[in-house]
Design a binder for this molecule. Structure first.
Ligand code: UGA
Length: 476
């Protein structure tokens, strides 16, 4: 390591723990003994965050008990299956069960009792007013209060509003739990659905918010495997750590809304937003990631967390117009694929057959929460179209929302007799579909590509009329 790299690593691993956010009164560093300790972790909640974090922490060498009140989920896991769609997760889970570092149980009380650290990884869905609904978190905190009889770190892994750590502490104390028996810590997760395993095992950074030395040592012990290989880590207060998660998600959401606005302007002026994004991304200060124009962001995180940040702003009398604008732009963006289709079909979709390729909010997930495909399908139905759909993983989840549309077995069945195709999700299977075969099956060669993944030269050669978001076509 060069001197410069060494100084850089010291800087990024500098630990500033302040009991009060505004006054740096002392500096705590993890003590050396942390590396030799072995800890047991209880992860409460076996959804995306809980399951991936549990498997990942076990992969780092810790003993992990994943607990969930849903016995059905636990049975599935104990039978060697994974209740969610997440590439690569099954292997990590199997490997760690085999190594006896990972266990699953519906006995949440027992899991908590055995743990040095209890990770809260239950859902924090969006409440009616945009706030994060903490009822599941509260229920876990109550369970911890009933079972805690020796010192434990209580760690929030789910995205929780700023101030939740302090609220958990107050709640445990109100239950009569001795203050010496616990410390509340924040350790936000930055995993993306679809590449969550890699994101956990090879993160850009680990953020830990802890207000005591004891808690910090345990948390650093859990991540020692990563720290030993030089993963940057930010050790800070609980409140700052909670804020880092929201700020990161809202910033990425705003970045997407920005490039989508540029894409719309490109569509109106003939510019090419993808080239604009590429050139912007070459500037290290901007970076190329999260600059792909599309049908708007979805999923359980960006919409929910941006909304929750706005709510926190309102509660604290702080205006956040950038965050608000990014959400407004995103809602408009979700209407673009249908708008483009209507332009090409002279506003008439009555009795037309439209094939929607892709239902998930992005590729490599079965998640349809806030998926732009939902707006598109609803819009198509409102205009009287017959809707045929295909998605490699998300059809079951969409059936619950749109039971009456036609679910197909593959791309080709979906496009058969279609008057138009809309590509909503960037699955590989759509990138590589056989366009010649598609051309032979459709009633009309019209394709709207909301993800800019279909080969436009081939589309042109096959006589398709096509449109996308933010792409200028010299040959159209
Ligand atoms: C997001 C964050 O990326 C994670 O770091 C974070 O941990 C997670 O939320 C969370 O809070 O749990 P995720 O929602 O799984 O992860 O999905 P992303 O890959 O971030 O995609 C979000 C949306 O942005 C998708 O709708 C995607 O299609 C869209 N997107 C992304 C684009 O339209 N263009 C891009 O260039 C990138």
């Amino acid at each position: 390591m060069t001197i410069k790299q060494h100084i850089h690593s010291i800087l990024i691993t500098t630990i500033i723990i302040t009991p009060h956010a505004h006054s740096i009164t002392r500096t705590i560093e993890p003590t050396r003994s942390r590396s030799t300790q072995h800890y047991t972790v209880a992860i409460i909640g076996t959804g995306y965050v809980g399951l991936v974090s549990g498997a990942g922490l076990a992969e780092f060498g810790n003993t992990v008990i994943c607990a969930d009140i849903d016995q059905n989920k636990i049975d599935i896991l104990n039978n060697g299956n994974i209740p969610i769609y997440e590439p690569g997760l099954k292997d990590v889970v199997a490997r760690n069960i085999e190594a006896r570092r990972l266990m699953f149980t519906a006995d949440v009380d027992a899991a908590i009792k055995q743990a040095d650290a209890v990770f809260i990884a239950v859902g924090t869905p969006m409440g009616a007013d945009g706030s994060a609904d903490l009822s599941y978190v509260e229920s876990v905190v109550n369970t911890i209060a009933r079972n805690i009889d020796n010192y434990k770190v209580v760690c929030t892994k789910s995205t929780v509003p700023i101030g939740t750590g302090a609220w958990i502490e107050r709640t445990l104390l109100a239950h009569g739990v001795d203050a010496d028996l616990f410390d509340v810590v924040s350790n936000p997760e930055f995993l993306r659905e679809g590449c969550a395993v890699k994101d956990f095992l090879e993160p850009d950074r680990v953020v830990i918010g802890a207000n005591t030395q004891k808690a910090l040592n345990i948390m650093c012990g859990l991540y020692n495997h990563l720290f030993a290989q030089g993963t940057p880590h930010v050790l800070t207060t609980v409140t700052t750590s909670e804020m880092i998660k929201y700020a990161s998600n809202a910033f990425l959401a705003a970045k997407l809304s920005f490039i989508n606005e540029i894409a719309n302007l490109c569509d109106a002026t003939g510019g090419d937003a993808h080239t604009v994004a590429y050139a912007m991304g070459l500037d290290n200060r901007i970076s190329a990631q999260f600059l792909k124009p599309g049908p708007g962001f979805g999923g359980s995180c960006f919409p929910k967390d941006s909304q929750a940040l706005l709510y926190m702003g309102e509660q604290n009398n702080v205006k956040l117009p950038v965050v608000q604008a990014s959400l407004i732009t995103n809602e408009t963006q979700k209407t673009k694929p249908l708008e483009k289709l209507l332009q090409h079909m002279h506003n008439n979709l009555a009795s037309k057959t439209v094939a929607v390729l892709g239902l998930a909010f992005k590729a490599n997930t079965d998640d349809v929460r806030y998926s732009p495909a939902r707006q598109t399908i609803q819009g198509l139905l409102d205009h009287g179209a017959h809707v045929k759909v295909y998605d490699p993983a998300a059809m079951e989840n969409m059936k619950a929302l749109f039971p009456a549309i036609e679910y197909c077995d593959d791309t080709y069945q979906a496009v058969e007799n279609a008057d138009a195709i809309i590509v909503m999700t960037e699955w590989d299977v759509f990138k590589h579909m056989n366009l010649e075969r598609v051309r032979s099956l459709v009633a009309q060669p019209l394709l709207i590509d909301a993800r800019n993944i279909v080969n436009t030269d081939e589309l042109t050669a096959l006589g398709f009329t096509f449109d996308t978001i933010g792409r200028a076509y010299l040959n159209q």
